[in-house]
Design a protein around this ligand. Sequence first.
Ligand code: B12
Length: 264
Amino acid sequence: MEPRTDTRLDLQKAADQLGVHYQTAYRWVRNGRLDAELIGGRYLVNPDDIIELNRERQTPKTPPAPRAARLEHAADRLYEALVTGDEAAATKIARRLADDRAPIVDLIQIALVPPLRRIGQGWHDGELTIWVEHRASAIVERLLGSLASNPRGRRRGVTVVAALSGDHHSLPTTMASVALRDDNWHVHHLGADLPPDEILKFCRAQPVSLAVITVTNPTTRDLADTTAAALRAAGTPTIVGGAGSNLTELIELARRSAGEGVPA
Ligand code: B12
């Protein structure tokens, strides 16, 4: 029988085929990235391993999504941009995070919510004027519109989002709508200050699988609860939430109402 020829390559040839310097190939052998056998003081590499490594190196790596620390840093910069009314800067900061695949819920909660809370506190403490807060809110409203995703795939269900009469805080309803849309719900966003009868009529007229009532102005809490009770009695599952809760919780509750498990 003919002796089997060893098709393995020495490390210099392997480095040539990988298109890297000998030292690089050697480092890869040492750190386990490239398989090689040490025989008679020489490293031998199986050609299949070279093909495999070349394939792996050619597959473009998706960069990791921004971490919380980067989002927190962005929150500080967004605060400055929002307080000074620099919409171009605010848009650039948020756009870059979205382009780098920051999950929209994180982007809202870690980068956008803290500046808004700080602005609200500044207004409360008499440090910021009302127009600063109004201008910042208008910028955030437009930002949220531009960040809204349009995911593919089957919708989980149809949802309607609103804040009721007496609650003029539309931004949290927009945040809830953007988050639900991103989680593959078909969303009817009815905004703020909606008479309770209107949401009841809407749910009678449309096939709604979930109604979401947002409460930011605490004086509307009772109205939200009685409206939710009326909606449930009429057969529409309804959740109430807002200040003191967050979008992660909203997504969990919404999925649960659709009989699904909570997101990973
Ligand atoms: C912008 C703003 C306004 C704007 C709203 C503009 C707009 N287009 O929305 C305007 C000028 C209208 C406004 C008016 C008032 N405001 Co204001 N406002 C704010 C501010 C700065 C941000 C509001 C916001 O967007 N919040 C969203 C984020 C920042 O808060 P969040 O609670 O974490 O939001 C989360 C939840 O809502 C959750 N969520 C949303 N939907 C749902 C649904 C479910 C089911 C779940 C689970 C979660 C969920 O998602 C969000 C993101 O995680 C807040 C400051 C603050 N801390 O919120 C004050 C604030 C809410 N306002 C306040 C006040 C007092 C008022 C006024 C009474 C002032 C006045 N004297 O006129 C009026 C009330 C008007 C009315 N009738 O409603 C107070 C409320 C205090 C209180 N608890 O009683 C705050 C907290 C400011 C403060 N520090 O004092 N306001």
